[in-house]
Write a protein that binds this ligand. Structure first.
Ligand code: GBH
Length: 481
């Protein structure tokens, strides 16, 4: 709804969390320090051919050792909040509910959280950003084993609530379960690298495993939330939810087939997780598409799953044009393109093939999620990788014009969604605070608002960091008295 004279114009919330985001394996390095156990990404990223530049996560941005320097930079930026993730295998090196807890791991995050709070920065903590303890993968197949993983994850979550919940009031259970399931067990491009493609993966079954893994992920999330709400929330008083990836889907044209396909694309990208968690059912399209391969929840499980998130956690990067057809189940049997019917491109192309800049899609998706799930939205990731930034000289890379334009469009879309459409948005965390280990891309794709020179580990603010710091203090988003 567009606000008109006489109607109440929604205000921009004064406690809105502006910040930056990162994830443990992408920045920490120090994989053998202070008793950390291996994660599934350790060895996977060392296998030749698994990352574009052949590099791994052993050092990354060395943030485990340089956390004070990172904190000083966050403080210099003057942002209000910082989203980071905890490495499960630093807290419980082997991972399981009967395995030893590592006090050094707890101490590391505890000190970091204290440092953030002293700097007036709100910690926004992800419990799981893809770095499953290798020990659990070896012991029982990790996410493929629902009975075990749900209990082990719930135990790990409880340990974190106990250790950090007196100071952390914003929790995310899982980052982007779609990626864990599809990229790790369907396409085989992420750890643990399972798929049906025997040229790529020695083991795996892309037709069944992703759906089994998705099911375990939903239950693990829901049980952690149940524990938080029953044992911690009454005294600690924080909020907890899941964060999902999802990009806006526009029908390629207005043919009924393509209009339907766009909804199907959203059903698999978002509804697979959001419909069970927020509404209490799986999307019809998925049930039809997968038949007996779609694991069902028991009545008892549904009572834990339905309503298991206090807010909508949203990671979004782009918009796709959707055509019906094709047999890619991971896209809902729809085809994705950025090329319009008239041959033009949707927006500016990023370094990654899957990403173009289209701010209108961000606004549309915020409205879609608000109308469908009716909960406050925390935008926990949004960002852009400038084409060929990695091969530019430093001075040129710091002038990241396309990223600035991306964030200009995105923050304007965000303002419009809040102030004109009345969408309840509570945070905006650009991805990422630093250039970092970009998973299967290695270090060749840079998403940071801060440039990292991997030779020296020196950090340099890009134009986009300066732009975003300015936006959050601009008059229209300043606190209302
Ligand atoms: C985020 O995922 C991650 O949370 C973050 O760790 C990462 O660094 C950041 O994006 C930048 O990539 O072509 O089939 O491989 C973003 C969601 C979903 C975007 C999968 C890329 C590729 C699908 N991602 N998508 S495919």
């Amino acid at each position: 709804m567009i606000a008109t004279a006489g109607s109440t114009v929604p205000k921009f919330p004064s406690d809105f969390l502006w910040g930056f985001a990162t994830a443990s394996f992408q920045i920490e390095g120090a994989v053998n320090e202070d008793g950390r156990g291996k994660s599934i990404w350790d060895d996977f990223s060392r296998i030749p051919g698994k990352t574009l530049d052949g590099r791994n996560g052993d050092v990354a941005t060395d943030s485990y050792n340089r956390w004070k320097e990172d904190l000083a930079l966050l403080r210099e930026y003057g942002i209000k909040a910082y989203r980071f993730s905890i490495a499960w295998s630093r807290i419980i090196p082997v991972g399981g509910r009967n395995d030893p807890i590592n006090p050094k791991g707890i101490e590391f995050y505890s000190k970091f959280i204290d440092g953030l709070l002293e700097a007036g920065i709100t910690p926004f903590v992800t419990l799981y950003h893809w770095d499953l303890p290798q020990g659990l993968h070896d012991r029982y197949g990790g996410w493929l084993n629902k009975e075990e993983i749900v209990q082990d994850y719930a135990h790990y979550a409880r340990v974190c609530f106990q250790a950090f919940g007196d100071r952390v009031k914003h929790w995310l259970t899982l980052n982007e379960p779609w990626c864990t399931a599809i990229l790790g067990y369907g396409r085989g491009v992420f750890a643990p690298g399972r798929s049906s493609d025997r040229n790529r993966s020695p083991e795996g079954d892309s037709s069944t495993e992703p759906w089994i893994v998705g099911h375990s992920l939903i239950l693990a999330h829901a049980h952690a939330v149940k524990i938080y709400r029953e044992e911690f929330k009454p005294t600690q008083g924080g909020q907890i939810g899941i964060t999902l990836n999802g990009d806006w889907a526009i029908p390629f044209d207005d043919s009924p087939e393509n209009v339907e396909a766009a909804q199907h694309a959203l059903d698999v990208a978002i509804g697979w997780f959001a419909d069970p968690v927020y509404l209490g059912f799986y999307p019809e399209h998925m049930k039809k598409m997968l038949g007996e391969r779609m694991p069902e929840f028991t009545a008892e499980e549904w009572t834990v799953v339905k309503g298991s998130s206090d807010f909508y956690g949203m990671n979004t990067y782009t918009t796709n044009l959707i055509k019906g057809g094709g047999d890619d189940e991971f896209q809902g049997k729809a085809e994705y393109t950025f090329t319009r019917a008239d041959g033009t491109q949707l927006g500016t192309q990023a370094h990654c093939a899957w990403l173009q800049d289209y701010p209108e899609g961000f606004r549309a998706l915020l409205n879609y999620l608000w109308n469908r799930y009716k909960l406050p939205i925390f935008v926990t990731e949004n960002g852009f990788a400038v084409k060929d930034e990695n091969s530019m000289p430093l001075e040129e890379a710091l002038q990241d014009h396309d990223r600035v334009e991306y964030f200009r469009g995105a923050t304007q879309a965000l303002m419009s969604a809040v102030m004109e459409d009345g969408v309840d948005v509570r945070s905006y965390f650009p991805w990422s605070f630093l250039d970092n280990f970009e998973w299967a891309d290695g270090y060749s794709t840079r998403f940071g608002v801060t440039y990292v020179d991997y030779e020296t580990q020196k950090r340099y603010p890009k134009e986009s960091a300066k732009f975003l710091v300015k936006v959050q203090t601009s008059p229209c988003v300043k606190s209302h008295p």
